[in-house]
Design a protein around this ligand. Sequence first.
Ligand code: TYD
Ligand code: MG
Length: 488
Amino acid sequence: MGSKQASLAKPAHRFVCSACGSVFPKWQGKCEACGAWNALEEQAPPRILPGGLKPGGRSEKIEFVGLSGESPPPPRVPTTIAEFDRVLGGGLVPASVVLVGGDPGIGKSTLLLQAGAALGRAGRQVLYVSGEESIDQIRLRAARLGLGQAPMEVAAATQLGDILASLKTYPAAALVVIDSIQTMWTEGVDSAPGSVTQVRAAAFELIRAAKAQGFALMLVGHVTKEGNLAGPRVLEHMVDVVLHFEGDRGHQFRILRGVKNRFGATDEIGVFEMTGAGLAEVANPSALFLAERRGNVSGSAVFAGLEGSRPVLVEIQVLLAPNPGGSPRRSVIGWDSGRLSMLLAVLETRCGLKLAMNDVYLNVAGGLRVSEPAADLAVAAALISAASDVPTDPEMVFFGEIGLSGEARQVAQADLRLKEAAKLGFLRAGCPKRVAGGAKRTSGPPALQLVEIGHLTDLVAVAGPGVKPKHLRPGAASAEDRMGQGTT
Ligand code: TYD
Ligand code: MG
């Protein structure tokens, strides 16, 4: 009894998970909260006073106010890189904190150097602190980007105390870039740089400085192989905006994606192209994604997609390869492999299209990652086209979600998708029935001819009347028969 009381009175050391930040009273191999192995680190207990009292013992009264009342929108400082500003929601908000995550080598340092230089040229004071590269390396990169003369202050440092003290001598700073937060360390915390405790402490101090001094803070964060921002996910909770810089290093396209934004919408993307002279903005991504399309190839269909408020047309490519024995491969790049399996099952069960003996390779051309279910119809069109070896109509785009019974379902913002397709010279759109009817009723005669698709069997009729018998389930209606059924 006595020993128990003693242990209660004097809190023992605690163990913090370096992956998710959960706290445990004793060490264990696996974190019960997130399942990470060997991630618990010992940490000295925090000093807690009873009742949340301040160390001095005096607490002040806080004021509560009603919801009504004038609060102006946050002021914005445009970086003058339009694709960046779009994702931020219209520009940088002073005293806000932006976390930019992404794989190593994807171009985070390049992006922030360019954004910083642009802001510097617009007459703002910009400080860039690198913990990863030397001054010489940064200068070399700047020269390569044609930014050698841009007004911007750079420093190579990792010790947080030095950085914070130096920042105080720049009261007019508008933007401070920290590249990367994982390299920063503070002496007050005795664990290695990059560990959860260090990253959290460093971020906390920097954020406090940003709020106190009023500069916008941009933190670069590395991403682990699981796709999480390395170290603590808690970092995402501490900042105002989380952006992911993604792309395939084999491709030149880079997508800046909003994941969290306290000042704007989170589904916006900015599209860039990595060139020999840095990142170039791509104002019309559809044209670029479709640039290398060859119209007369089977297994390809154009999807009229939507990324945030912006329509993006991409080509979906499917290749079927025979696999006489063993379990067939399903290889997907840029889309959800679970959804592909579902579509294959629906095509087999509802339309008699048999692909179980084939390896299926699906690729979203250009390296874009599509997450919309609206791509179902385009993927189905590409699959049917590949199975029949008949190219889809090269002047047709597709969009629509497919349900488990094979019905095509309505998707959001059909008008925007149609407008973009018309702008790029497409003549027809395969889309769900209700959308087609709705568009006819509301917005006058659309520039595109709408091909209504009620059920996947209609798509088989439109996209591939010549499905080969080897892909037809025994007893399934032939393509010509199904065409005769028309819409259901
Ligand atoms: P970087 O910004 O260093 O990536 P991160 O900070 O995310 O690790 O970008 C590195 C890659 O970008 C590198 O592989 C080379 C390429 N790159 C170009 O292709 N063109 C350029 O002008 C620059 C500066 C980099
Ligand atoms: Mg870097």
